[in-house]
Ligand binder design. Sequence first.
Ligand code: FAD
Length: 591
Amino acid sequence: MTDYNAPLDDIKFCLRYAAGLDEILQLNVYDGVEIDDVDPILDEAGRFAHDIMGPTNRVGDEQGVSVENGKVKVPAEFADVNQQLVENGWMALGGSPEYGGMGLPETVEFATSEMWQSANMAFSLLTMLTRDATHAIKAHANDTLKQTYLPKITTGEWAATMDLTEPQAGSDLAAIKTKAIRDGDAYRIFGNKVYITWGDQELTENIIHLVLARIDGAPEGVRGISMFLIPKFLLDADGNPGERNDIVAASVEHKLGIHGSPTCVINYGEGDGAVGYLVGEENKGLAAMFTMMNHARIEVGLQGVAISERACQLARSYAHDRVQGRVPGQGPRAPIIHHADVRRMLLLMRSQTEAMRALAYATASQLDRLHHEESDEARKAAELRLSLLTPVVKGWNTETAQEVTSLGVQIHGGMGYVEETGAAQHMRDARILPIYEGTTGIQALDFAGRKILGDEGREIKSLIGELKDTCDAMEKDDALQSVGHDVRWGLEQLEQGVDWLLGNATENPAAIGTASVNLLMLAGIVLGGAFLAKATLASRSDEGGVDASFADGKLATTRFYCGHVMPRAHGYLAAATADPGTTMGMDVEAI
Ligand SMILES: Cc1cc2nc3c(=O)[nH]c(=O)nc-3n(C[C@H](O)[C@H](O)[C@H](O)COP(=O)(O)OP(=O)(O)OC[C@H]3O[C@@H](n4cnc5c(N)ncnc54)[C@H](O)[C@@H]3O)c2cc1C
């Protein structure tokens, strides 16, 4: 078992060269913030993650959560972590100054979030959803709700949750039944939500639930869904938590991983109905909730990076310690890191983690651009890029985290399969990532349907074109020549996949479903590698930007990725473009 150490070198590298933090800091809203101001914040976040949060990861996994006397109990150690996180201002880092936030770039907040997620993913879901909720409230709530609730949520004094899922409504939110009945200026909410992450807890003095429900008489389907803000404790005349709202956490789930995160069944309105306030317009709730969900989707992709990073660190440390077998030139018996196959596994873990990080940070940077670019045109460009890349970050990063954490177990041999080392926990914790916030299948349909077919492939082709331009530059650099060649080849595979979809989807609608996950994986592999290579290229022309040994390591992992991961693009292209009949032809009873 090793401690988590924040990979500050690579985080800073990705902020600079994948996210373009220098450019983001040129945006007017960040006037006065210098890149040198950011480094100490990251260093301190790294210390907090290592010293305060990291040590609670194992405890949370072992103790888990329970409901006792109607209260959700989480490991006692979490209270101190949360208190320090709030008191030291970490929750408010990227928050809007209007509501008590520090107003730093969201991209910087994203980097700190990676460290929290690595240190203790189960705990950090609390902080993640709370931050994500602020965006939806800020974008859609009326001024009274914003003034009343946002300051306390921004600082983290109050937590927030996202309540969509019901027993009959998972991927299919059109089936939501939770009911809202008008009651003066507010509504009374009745219904049953399941799987609500951090749906109840005693760490914060109030919990603000963002809930999807159907106003009595609203149309069927997604056009009849509204979003409500429902506080656990109603506020008294002074704005402090007072009377308990009609909300009960009926139970918590017993699950494969993230044991420290309470996944709750929440009943609204067992009595007179929970008091809720409409956020945004009636029947436009799904669109409002998407503001929160889109943030959360990028952050779940970031969880893929975070858990992979932790798995890499553990596997690397074990591979240096564990002595087994002979390696020529290494004495009678050698640490397993000297075996070629173990090196292969470690490099698969590391290079894919770095590619995921480059892709995730490049995507997150579009949030700052979307919110703060001056021209409509630049904001629109950011919106299109963000929207295209969000399902790729969510889908590919989280699926790749399965491979990386599984390799982490493999490198430990038998010790990986027993709980003692912690490698098994990473694999168990990672398994939720491709499920919640929209399964991989749902991300893939969004990617192929809305993001590619929806704009006739224009945005993805424009991205492919830009990345091919960087291949020209790579091919002129001796050290990156082969990387440029490999990335260009990958981009061509992706282009072929996109063209196939554009050419076949109208005639054969089943093609979207049969191709979409393969296309999503193809995009992730190629774009992850392309953003990794692009960042590597940018760092090479920034003299003194990174130290020599880091630069050598980055070049080596980029090359390894191109040799061992990029070729998978061809397999995914072949599967994406396979005759849809091979998937759809067999009778369902026969499968
Ligand atoms: C630990 C945990 C925490 C969670 N936290 C929250 C939370 O905080 N808030 C919240 O609201 N929900 C939460 N969820 C719920 C989560 O978002 C859902 O489980 C998820 O969206 C999938 O829904 P489902 O479980 O009903 O699966 P289903 O929708 O039944 O899906 C089952 C399978 O069918 C596939 N499928 C379904 N529909 C389609 C389709 N149209 N096309 C192709 N394939 C399809 C899916 O990809 C999946 O493989 C959480 C779940 C868990 C396990």
